[in-house]
Design a protein around this ligand. Structure first.
Ligand code: NAI
Ligand code: MG
Length: 356
């Protein structure tokens, strides 16, 4: 039996509340797995940082890097200046472990709420492949004459041939294997960012020659935002840069049942054996506005756990979790015309376990 080491970072706000339910579901399926999951919990986040002024001790990072996967709730807290926890915990893991793919399904299940009129589950089932290590997230740039009326702030948009190509190639592969409509859409702003995004266009065309069965198109990000709302049914797999992917997938989440249902995988698909090559997390953040009230929907965290099982090769258990989530959603768990829950966070986890 294979052993997988899973590092758990519950984090801040609703993070621990939703991760608890994810763990509940993982415990429920554990007896039927082909492998054994060994969990270690890491107390990272606002409380730890405020106590020690260190968001990510090097020794902890080494342990995370030595695990097989990381399961994260969310980090971020109003008591800590914005960016510290996000950059030193989440972005550090993404960058230093080179998790260059952020895979974000936008799939509307029956029973979940979409604010789009006349659109249903048959219309909203696409996947966004977001580049996860470059773009303006790379942190290059600086400020000059800070705090004066002459201040200059520069944040560079990094696009490397290698970074773009490996992301685009993954997206073609994914689209081909997904075998849905076999249409891959590149989302960019090549009409204005003529240096950076024409690199994306060239690479997209070149790599596409290796995938003659995948149809392609390219769209500007502003138009893509409009089409997420107007005709989401045209999409199958989309590939885009880090910042556009970040923004578009919140929109993708809200049309496919809300942030409480959106899960994601951060992957390094080219890593060989050894070392953490994946982090699984809900798309949402720590939601301080609803933390501690039992209002958070844990299904995003539960679906992130399902993605982790797929990554470990546990297809059948992953499939059963998805089925149990679907069954839970048919139970009328939301307020009318809303993605706000009618039942508590832990009750949702219990219902999923019930269907397992
Ligand atoms: P957010 O995703 O935490 O919340 C946005 C809105 O969605 C809020 O109204 C919240 O109540 C609602 N919401 C989020 N998750 C929900 C759930 N599971 N069930 C029901 N409602 C849910 O984003 P926001 O407010 O912009 O950020 C809050 C903090 O989280 C910030 O510190 C931010 O930097 C951090 N953040 C961390 C992320 C991560 O760790 N991966 C990702 C996004 C934000
Ligand atoms: Mg985001």
């Amino acid at each position: 039996m294979k052993n997988f080491k899973v590092a758990v970072i519950a984090g801040d706000g609703i993070g621990p509340e939703v991760i608890r339910e994810g763990r509940k579901v993982l415990s429920k399926v554990a007896p039927q797995l082909q492998s054994k999951l060994q969990f270690s919990e890491y107390d990272l986040g606002a409380a730890q940082y405020l106590k020690t002024k260190e968001a990510m001790p090097e020794s902890v990072f080494k342990e995370l890097a030595g695990s097989d996967a990381i399961y994260l709730g969310a980090v971020g807290d109003p008591k800590v200046p914005p960016g510290i926890l996000e950059r030193e915990i989440l972005l550090k893991i993404r960058f230093e472990l080179d998790l260059y793919i952020n895979l974000r399904p936008c799939i509307l299940y029956e029973g979940a709420f979409t604010p789009l009129k006349n659109k249903g589950p048959q219309d909203i089932h696409f996947v966004v492949v977001r580049e996860n290590t470059e773009s303006v997230y790379a942190g290059l740039g600086g400020v000059f004459r800070k705090g004066t009326s002459e201040e200059v702030a520069i944040q560079e948009d990094i696009n490397t041939r290698k970074g773009v190509e490996r992301c685009v190639r993954f997206a073609y592969d994914y689209c081909q294997k997904r075998n849905h409509k076999k249409v891959l859409t590149l989302v960019d702003k090549a009409n204005v960012l003529t240096h950076a995004h024409q690199l994306w266009r060239r690479v997209f065309a070149e790599v596409g020659r290796d995938y003659p069965d995948v149809r392609t198109n390219a769209t500007y990000v502003d138009a893509a935002g409009m089409d997420f709302v107007r005709k989401p049914e045209i999409f199958d797999t989309l590939v885009t840069n880090n910042i556009f992917g970040d923004i578009l997938t919140d929109l993708g989440a809200i049309i496919s049942g809300g942030l409480g249902l959106a899960s994601s995988a951060n992957l390094n698909p080219s890593r060989k054996e050894g070392g953490a090559s994946a982090l699984f997390e809900p798309v949402h953040g720590s939601a301080p506005d609803i933390a501690g009230k039992g209002l958070a929907n844990p299904l995003a965290a539960i679906l992130a756990a399902k993605m982790m099982l797929e990554f470990f090769g546990e297809k059948s258990a992953a499939g059963r979790i998805e089925k149990a989530v679907r069954a839970t959603l048919l139970e009328n768990i939301f307020q009318p015309e809303s993605s706000d829950l009618k039942i508590s966070t832990s009750a949702v986890g219990d219902r999923v376990c019930h269907f397992l």
